[in-house]
Design a protein around this ligand. Structure first.
Ligand code: SF4
Length: 883
């Protein structure tokens, strides 16, 4: 493709290859890279919309010191001085870095080298702590190293894929598409999903186990006992290559099928079917993700899964093994350079004196951290209680994403010195920065990332850095130099990668898994052209795909460890005051705190406001109806969310997405509710099990607005803003109705001088409607009602910016015009903007399969992320017809 830059998607851990082509009009065309081995040309809805997220309107473009624009020199001097002063007065452990799985490996390397080797503290942790640190800890306990044994191909080669705690269809969509395609090509393949919630992923499953929240260890302990009692125990593998089985079996004792069923909330028949399927199938891959990791027993969950693979010898061979999929694009790269507080670099260990000496000598460092630093939750607790005097946050928004988020906000407010490096000017975290440093964003950054299957790929720049934005590694190198340290004089990311590769091979006697020494002398041209590759890649050796099929592990005796994982309940427990369990997670079309995906109108159309999913029985008991607003509260904090009543949610549990922040909604930071209970081994917080209460918000009015300008919403009890083509949409609500609706409308929509305002009111029914015309076109509209506003939203959004004649203006105020043809309904297919109304109409007209829907509406024919939802709509229509 002429003019296209080969790069890598910046969102999830699948790590898809992207072809980006900037056009003369400033737009960037995005396609999947057909030659990238992670995705072979596929992209999901988020990746496909990358070109729509590159605007500069919210970007941080210049350094700022205490709110004032500053030169880079002044800002960097200020940071270096503040860190040096804190270290001089209070010691190296008085400063900290909090970094991100969004950083490139080169950025991460620079941060880790500065903190652990030169400042001499372990106080660098990352938001990857919230994502997959339980997998890291589980791997290390079992294998002696943080090694993902298999590759994506194993999901296609397996005869049985078990997905536990993973909504792969929404969170890793391209990997899910690969799995779905493999299953379609080989119908004998079986898929099992284990999740308290029925998700889009469950639609692919032959068996869905709606497990009780937090009960995974009990299920896999039961499985271990079942497999150990039958012919699937691989005694040869266990004897030669493992130790500790007796302890693991002892911890699992008593978990027969009945006990397992009782503990997991499953029926004995479901448990037995699952166990028999596992016993009968040799090629098994168990995929796990945040549903396993984000738990106060996350590391035990990981080891309970790995135990079953070790027992059967099903590991490291084609189509077999435990498989952790990471949330972030470069969580793996961070692990490789030691981005977690308890790691060193190149998969070496902080508590190993030989490793510390190797790294210190290689870096020619004045000192080396000799003990683990503070993990994320403890780190912000230390900020709160004053132990941390200077904090540098890079590429993450802890005020929204850490548990107990309101306490994190308080901690940031107390910290004497906070530096934030970010691409976005205004976030819940940047508000607390003393120094703001503008970083380059995706499309401007240059470096490498590692995906969930250990594949290292290049992220390449195809846009110039805007304003004064600079790479994160450059910022750290400049501060290091100003602090008087040498060894940071890299002239570009290739020099850092070369050093990183050389360190990985330094003193490696073959016992360290991470070794990319083959690239230790890579030059600028080689780095520029670097093709995606799996690690390890030691010097002089060819590619190697899998680990452990040969039974060689990385503990000193070369054996893997079974880990005893006694089942224990989650830390928080429900009570009469907090009777429901809150599970948090992602939606299909959004990423983290929406700083990028929240800019693309077609992505925000899938879910345009924050919500809480409630089972119909719970909704009835609580007096909640669909589209009500509800206050959800824990012992830590609260949020105000739209109610979505669905059978997908099990009774007694609710689900809320993590994405919305103070920039997009009034009160929707769900991590403010989550307690900072952490896993004792990994330090990963329990984000899937928060006892909460839910009650109807007594709204006196609900509103829906569209506007070409951003509505002024800050005084309202409830608001949620999202971009639409040519403007914004806003969901609104309040406990008290304004006395003067025209004045309230003016304050909200700010009509221009001389604008034509058409109004309709029905005081008895509490209905108010306004339409604002500027220069002859619709510039804003507001619909208000005492109940959730029923208006064809897609249709109304479509009128924005249109010149309407007199009859059309009257129809608009009457709220008419939203039939299925005019109103697509809630978006299902982001790629072709096809909504639920259109799909339902097509099904009624005879399109009875996903492919038939694709033929007539194109929905589901590009990225495929929506195919499961289309299938569900077809089923729902068929059921309704049969009924
Ligand atoms: S699956 Fe989607 S979000 Fe993940 S890397 Fe691929 S295109 Fe990006």
């Amino acid at each position: 493709m002429t003019g296209a830059t080969r790069t890598t998607c910046p969102y999830c851990g699948v790590g898809c290859g992207v072809l980006a082509t900037p056009g003369a009009d400033g737009r960037v065309a995005i396609k999947g890279d057909p030659d990238h081995p992670a995705n072979f040309g596929r992209l999901c809805s988020k990746g496909s919309a990358l070109g729509e997220t590159l605007s500069l309107d919210d970007r941080l473009l210049h350094p700022r010191v205490v709110g004032e624009r500053a030169t880079w020199d002044r800002a960097l001097d200020h940071v270096a001085r503040a860190f040096s002063d804190a270290i001089r007065d209070h010691g190296p452990d008085s400063v900290a870095f909090y970094v991100s799985g969004q950083l490139l490996t080169e950025d991460y390397y620079a941060a880790n080298k500065l903190m652990k080797g030169f400042i001499g503290s372990g106080n660098i942790d990352t938001n990857s702590r919230l994502c997959m640190s339980s997998s890291v800890a589980g791997h290390k306990r079992a294998f002696g190293s943080d090694t993902v044994p298999g590759t994506y191909e194993d999901l296609e080669l397996a005869d049985l894929v078990v997905l536990t705690g993973s909504n792969l269809a929404w969170c890793h969509p391209v990997l899910f598409q690969r799995l779905a395609a493999a299953k379609a090509a080989r119908p004998g393949m079986r898929v099992v999903t284990i999740d308290p919630r029925r998700t889009a992923t469950s639609e692919l499953a032959d068996l869905h186990l709606g497990i009780a929240p937090g009960a995974d260890v009990a299920l896999f302990n039961g499985l271990l006992l079942h497999l150990a009692a039958g012919p699937r125990l691989d005694a040869g593998f266990v004897d030669r290559h493992t130790s500790g089985l007796a302890g693991a079996l002892g911890a699992a004792a008593g978990f027969d099928i009945r006990t397992t069923a009782r503990t997991t909330g499953l029926s004995p028949a479901e448990v037995e079917r699952f166990f028999n399927l596992l016993a009968a199938t040799e090629r098994v891959v168990t995929v796990y993700s945040q549903g396993v990791n984000q738990s106060s027993a996350g590391t035990d969950k990981v080891n309970a899964i790995i135990n079953c693979h070790l027992l059967t010898g099903r590991i490291g061979r084609p189509g077999m093994g435990p498989f952790s999929v990471t949330g972030q694009p470069n969580a793996m790269g961070g692990r490789e350079v030691g981005g977690l507080a308890n790691q060193l670099a190149a998969h070496m260990e902080l508590d190993n004196p030989a490793h510390r000496a190797l790294v210190r000598d290689f870096w020619n460092a004045p000192r080396i951290a000799d003990r683990p630093g503070l993990k994320a939750v403890d780190l912000f607790e230390a900020v709160h209680d004053g132990r941390i005097k200077a904090l540098w946050i890079m590429a993450t928004n802890p005020a929204a994403s850490l548990p107990d988020a309101d306490r994190v906000v308080a901690a940031l407010g107390r910290c004497p010195f906070v530096v934030v490096s970010d691409v976005v000017r205004d976030t819940d975290t940047t508000r607390h920065a003393h120094v703001l440093l503008p970083s380059t964003a995706w499309g401007e950054k240059d470096g490498t990332v590692t995906n969930s299957e250990r594949r290292i790929s290049r992220q390449r720049a195809f846009l110039p850095p805007p304003g004064e934005a600079r790479a994160d590694w450059w910022q750290m190198a400049e501060v290091a130099r100003r602090m008087g340290f040498s060894g940071f004089d890299w002239d570009g990311p290739s020099a850092i990668f070369r050093e990183h590769a050389a360190l990985s091979a330094h003193g490696n006697d073959g016992r360290r898994d991470f070794d990319i020494g083959a690239h230790a002398e890579i030059d600028v041209a080689g780095y520029e052209g670097l093709a995606p590759f799996h690690w390890p890649r030691p010097a002089g050796q060819g590619p190697r795909q899998r680990f452990f099929g040969d039974g060689k592990f990385h503990h000193p005796d070369g054996k893997a460890r079974f880990v005893a994982t006694p089942w224990r309940p989650a830390r928080g427990q429900t009570s009469a005051a907090r009777p429901l369990i809150l599970n948090t997670g992602r939606v299909r079309d959004q990423w983290h705190t929406m700083t990028r995906t929240g800019k693309a109108a077609r992505l925000t159309s899938h879910y345009a406001e924050p919500f809480v999913e409630v089972n119909p029985a719970d909704a009835r008991a609580l007096g909640l109806a669909a589209a009500d607003l509800a206050l959800i509260e824990s012992d830590r904090g609260g949020a105000l969310l739209r109610v979505l009543v669905t059978e997908r949610q099990r009774p007694g549990a609710v689900f809320a997405p993590i994405h919305w922040t103070g920039q997009q909604a009034a009160r929707a930071r769900v991590d403010a509710l989550v307690a900072s209970h952490v896993d004792p081994v990994s330090g990963q917080p329990e984000s899937k099990f928060t006892p909460v209460s839910l009650r109807r918000f007594q709204a006196a009015w609900y509103g829906f607005a569209v506007s070409r300008r951003r509505p002024v919403v800050s005084d309202l009890d409830y608001w949620a803003l999202a971009p639409v083509e040519g403007g914004f949409r806003a969901e609104l609500g309040g406990a008290d109705a304004p006395d003067d609706w025209p004045a309230a409308m003016t304050a909200l929509l700010e009509p221009a001088e001389g604008a034509d305002v058409l109004a309709y009111r029905d005081v008895a029914r509490g209905l108010y409607r306004f339409a604002v015309y500027e220069a002859g076109v619709l510039s804003a509209a507001l619909f208000v009602a005492p109940e959730p506003v029923e208006i064809a939203r897609g249709w109304l959004i479509g009128q924005l910016g249109r010149a309407l004649d007199g009859a059309e203006r009257l129809r608009l105020l009457a709220g008419r015009g939203g039939d299925a043809a005019a109103d697509p309904g809630a978006l299902v297919c982001s790629c072709f903007s096809v909504g639920v109304n259109q799909i339902t109409a097509a099904v009624k007209a005879g399109a009875q399969s996903i492919d038939a829907i694709g033929s007539c509406l194109k929905a589901g024919t590009n990225c495929g992320s929506c195919r499961m939802e289309i299938g569900r709509l077809i089923d729902a229509c068929s059921t309704a017809k049969a009924g």
